[in-house]
Unconditional design. Structure first.
Length: 155
């Protein structure tokens, strides 16, 4: 599917479900000539909250610890969240124990990339992983001061 079709599809879906326009600023559309780096990589579901002072990303990461997750910034404004961790199966404590059913999939390598807006302060990013939820907080730069209005008398 081409990028144009993807954009048209996103526009149609956003109107249908009333998705805020601001969410598109975080989207990184895949292009046909992208590297295969993202092939066979699981996707982390994410919620993004835009507050007055920061952007907050919430991701469920079941079976992963904070040591399995890497948060970086690439190309000055691309937030990258990835994991190569795998869930370890619990071994039976007694000899002769074996699984009779395996329904929970072990997580694959996970990766998400987000293009951050211009007002994101990439020097002030905090990430924490608690209760199987990764929270990444990206502080916003304060808005530029409004120019002062100076009255000039005409002589």
């Amino acid at each position: 599917m081409s990028l144009v079709a993807d954009s048209n599809t996103f526009d149609a879906i956003s109107h249908l479900f009333n998705i805020p326009e601001s969410i598109e600023k975080f989207m990184i559309h895949s292009r046909p000539n992208d590297t295969n780096e993202n092939m066979d990589v699981g996707s982390i579901p994410v919620d993004i909250l835009d507050t007055l002072k920061e952007y907050i990303f919430y991701m469920d990461v079941p079976g992963l610890s904070k040591f399995d997750i890497q948060v970086t910034v690439e190309d000055e404004n691309t937030l990258v969240i990835k994991s190569g961790g795998k869930r370890k199966r619990e071994d039976g404590e007694e000899e002769g124990c074996k699984y009779i059913r395996l329904e929970r999939r072990a997580p694959q390598k996970l990766m998400r990339k987000f293009r951050l807006p211009e007002n994101a302060n990439v020097s002030a990013i905090i990430a924490k992983c608690e209760s199987r939820v990764l929270t990444v907080v990206v502080e916003k730069h304060p808005p530029p001061p409004k120019p002062k209005k100076v009255e000039v008398t005409v002589s």
